[in-house]
Design a protein around this ligand. Structure first.
Ligand SMILES: C[S@@+](CC[C@H](N)C(=O)[O-])C[C@H]1O[C@@H](n2cnc3c(N)ncnc32)[C@H](O)[C@@H]1O
Length: 334
């Protein structure tokens, strides 16, 4: 029970460690408490306690074989097994740690509002919904995308799972930072891609495609999910981690809009966490509640996706399970 109640403390401890740059410092060299104190301006006695805490959650690891018995200041730390993933750089969980410890944590602080009214916890905290907040705060939008990218470890499985044709055209709808399309185009060197999103996201995606040397093979377009015109008759349309942000009515509008662009050979792949009622998908269960608190969204079961698809004149052809309760569902026109 105490572990349950103190879960939020651990997330905050991780956030403090990252904000002070401890994983980055330890990535450079093993350091003593005295050295860490000098570099972070945290007083030595407090730094000793903080490092003991970061050790207890796997972000730092005390080196036992040093002659550190004499003073706390001499205790030496290396990067811990989780700290390795928090060092700044591509694929780092650093931004996820900051986003979950700051904006999402504050939104969860107003979770009771989200279960007792029509407002979200995010809106109760920040006075605006998540998407407009991100549009108005580019550094947080960048952090959000980098957090999404760091939790996209299964994207490399998707080019095969989605059966992307060798010379196919893939339209990644609300594709965010472009992480998924990058992986797909790297796995299919003759395929071409289109990424659509809101205007403030396109610069981030353009940067990612340029870094990956894919600029010639990708077009980015500002297209509103609900009413914007999508390229017609593409081989593959992708909706990854999008429908979870919206209500059933909004999902129907999104799917109906995509349907207008789809041809009879097109496939729409939905990539989302799938809920189950038998306790076998704990991450999807938690994310379902997180989406509700943060932006009024939800995760769905396979049955709920089947119903949505049917209501929109689509049918689910394939259901491929991915790690961490994720799945890729293939839909075609009915
Ligand atoms: C959770 S992110 C998913 C991004 C990406 N598909 C992925 O899996 O990493 C949701 C995306 O939807 C985009 N979005 C939100 N509202 C939109 C709208 N009305 N039209 C187009 N894109 C929208 C956001 O900008 C964001 O990039």
């Amino acid at each position: 029970m105490i572990e349950l109640l103190t879960g939020g403390w651990r997330a905050q401890l991780a956030r403090v460690g990252v904000e002070l740059g401890i994983p980055d410092l330890l990535a450079g060299a093993d350091l003593t408490v005295a050295e860490l104190s000098t570099r972070t301006a945290v007083p030595q006695n407090l730094m000793y306690r903080l490092m003991r805490g970061l050790d207890s959650i796997g972000i730092a690891a005390r080196i036992p074989d040093r002659p550190d018995g004499t003073t706390d200041a001499g205790a030496t730390y290396a990067l811990g097994p989780l700290g390795v993933h928090m060092v700044d750089g591509p694929g780092s969980m650093r931004d996820a740690c900051l986003l979950y410890g700051d904006e999402f944590h504050s939104a969860w602080g107003n979770a009771p509002v989200a279960f007792g009214s029509s407002a979200t916890g995010f809106e109760a905290t920040y006075g605006t919904e998540l998407i407009p907040y991100l549009a108005a705060n580019p550094p947080v939008a960048k952090r959000f995308q980098s957090a999404l990218a760091a939790t996209s470890f299964y994207f490399d499985l998707l080019a095969d799972a989605m059966e992307v044709p060798v010379h196919g055209v893939v339209v990644d709808i609300a594709g965010g930072s472009g992480a998924l399309l990058t992986q797909v185009l790297q796995a299919r060197p003759h395929a071409r891609g289109v990424l659509t999103d809101l205007p403030h996201m396109l610069a981030i995606a353009d940067g990612a495609f340029a870094d990956a040397g894919l600029t010639e093979r990708v077009t980015t377009m500002s297209v509103d999910l609900f009413r914007g015109r999508l390229p017609k008759d593409a081989d593959i349309y992708v909706l990854s981690r999008v429908l979870g942000d919206w209500s059933d009515e909004e999902c129907e509008r999104i799917l109906t809009n995509i349907k207008v662009a789809m041809g009879c050979r097109s496939r729409l792949w939905i990539v989302e966490r799938l809920t189950r009622d038998d306790g076998s998908a704990p991450l999807a269960t938690l994310w379902d509640l997180h989406l509700h608190v943060v932006n009024g969204g939800r995760q769905r079961s396979i049955r709920e996706y089947q119903r949505l698809a049917e209501d929109c004149g689509l049918e689910i052809l394939e259901d491929k399970r991915l790690p961490a309760d994720n799945a890729a569902l293939a839909l075609r026109l009915r």
